[in-house]
Write a protein that binds this ligand. Structure first.
Ligand SMILES: [Ca+2]
Length: 472
């Protein structure tokens, strides 16, 4: 018995030593300058919520992202720091948290809000990489252009404001927001996301030929409204069988300042009347069709990365800039601190790290910057506020943050493993138990049983606000 025990203990000790020496070897290899540098492909998808096949949503046709997820780590609990395009992107790309005076809305620019910050692409550029921006990365593609990018940011003609013209049987540039949906029988190449994918593919071929290390940012427009996609993507879904939100009402005890986004009202709805069942089905159908269209474009880019043999030394990060209400609470879009607006898809593939696994670790968008730097051995500036989650990529079962922080205009929010909490500027609060009430249908802030939790959430929020305010 004793002998067996001693053998057992010895084998554990040997195993531990073996693991430690393996770790050491890996670190040494990473620091070996003779190794090929790690490239970066950062794919940003506008307004993509984590409703994808690989997130357990079989109703969505996202075969290319699902395939990519099998080679990557899927973050089941990733959050944006600001649920609006421009601010979310500026915050991620500088790894600086929002405050009530910084990163406010879609117009937020890094060069105005944090003029001394070094952006993620700029640290790669300074480290000798070629940094490229194709499509929508910063909301304004000229934001911090000089310092961030090796070449002028590239945007397809007309941006996302193109729509189908029956006289030319193709899409053309237009001004202003028109109808919210469009399903013409045209080729993939008609819409700008195709051109963004093709430009990225052309650049990848160029970098393969030149051998230069790259930081490639590729930003797709869809599924941001308007829901314009070739008919074949709409045809992937049977509208009658699309399930609409089952909580088409405000949360019980909702604060008076809780609002949905008004952005969708800038489009026209054809024959549809908001808040009808037919409207819900049309909006979901349009959103899903655009997700499938963009999924195809992502697939084109990732296939080229494989074909060129670049995948083996390229870190790929796929990220949505914020969540989206698809009719839950009768809200459409982002622009509040409910879970639907804050949670984002985040899928990270790193050669040699974990793959085909999901993690429940809480991460926030500002963590992406230091993680990419860490993986590529590029030094991140001291002023950043995110934390590298490389430990999760080594072992997706590890815990990471105890909470994440987000804010939007009149509300600050904290999300923990079990709860979401918001404090509005008028003092109103929201607390939801996301384990028991994942759809956030009942604000339980006034429930005496939650007093201890509430105190913790308030303290966590204050700490995050203080951290955010440390940057001057
Ligand atoms: Ca967006």
């Amino acid at each position: 018995m004793m002998n067996k025990l001693i053998t057992y203990i010895c084998s554990i000790m040997l195993f531990t030593v073996a693991c430690k020496s393996k770790e050491k070897t890996e670190v040494t290899q990473n620091n070996d300058k003779s190794q090929k540098p790690m490239n970066v492909l950062f794919i940003a998808i506008d307004d993509l919520r984590p409703e994808l096949g690989c997130y357990g949503a079989p109703q969505i046709k996202s075969p290319n992202i699902d395939q990519f997820a099998k080679e990557a780590v899927v973050f089941n609990r990733a959050y944006c720091n600001v649920p609006v395009c421009g601010a979310s992107r500026a915050s991620l790309l500088t790894s600086i948290l929002p405050t009530k005076n910084r990163f406010i809305d879609y117009r937020a620019k890094a060069e105005e809000d944090v003029p001394n910050a070094k952006t993620l692409p700029s640290v790669f550029k300074d480290a000798g990489y070629t940094s490229i921006s194709n499509g929508k990365i910063f909301h304004y593609n000229k934001d911090v252009q000089e310092t961030s990018w090796s070449e002028n940011p590239w945007m397809p003609e007309g941006g996302h404001r193109v729509s189908y013209d029956p006289t030319t049987n193709d899409v053309v540039m237009k001004s202003g927001n028109g109808r919210v949906y469009e399903a013409p029988d045209v080729a993939d190449s008609s819409y700008p996301d195709y051109k963004i994918a093709q430009k990225t593919i052309t650049d990848l071929r160029r970098f393969k030929a030149s051998g230069e290390p790259f930081f490639m940012a590729c930003g797709f427009f869809r599924p941001h409204m308007p829901f314009y996609a070739p008919k074949k993507y709409w045809d992937m879904y049977d509208r009658d069988s699309i399930e609409i939100a089952d909580n088409r009402h405000l949360p019980e005890n909702a604060p008076s300042l809780l609002r949905g986004s008004g952005e969708f009202k800038s489009y026209s709805f054809g024959d549809y009347k908001p808040n009808t069942e037919a409207f819900h089905k049309m909006m979901r159908h349009g959103y899903y069709a655009c997700v499938s269209y963009v999924d195809e474009m992502v697939g084109d880019v990732l296939k080229e990365l494989e074909t060129l043999g670049l995948a083996e030394n390229t870190i790929v990060v796929l990220w949505g800039d914020h969540g989206w209400h698809l009719g839950e609470h009768e809200f459409w879009g982002k622009h509040n601190t409910l879970h639907n607006a804050l949670q984002v898809p985040l899928i990270v593939k790193v050669p040699g790290k974990a793959k085909g696994q999901h993690t429940k670790a809480l991460v926030e968008s500002v963590d992406i910057y230091p993680t990419i730097c860490d993986l590529a051995n590029v030094k991140a500036p001291d002023a950043i506020m995110g934390k590298s989650f490389i430990s999760i990529l080594n072992n997706p079962k590890q815990a990471f943050r105890t909470n994440v922080y987000a804010r939007f205009k009149k509300a600050d929010a904290i999300v923990t493993e079990d709860f979401t909490y918001s404090l509005f500027e008028n003092g109103e609060e929201m607390l939801y138990n996301v384990k028991q009430d994942p759809k956030e249908n009942k604000n339980i802030v006034a429930d005496d049983n939650n007093k201890a939790v509430l105190e913790k959430m308030r303290a966590a929020l204050k700490a995050k606000q203080e951290l955010a305010n440390t940057y001057k």
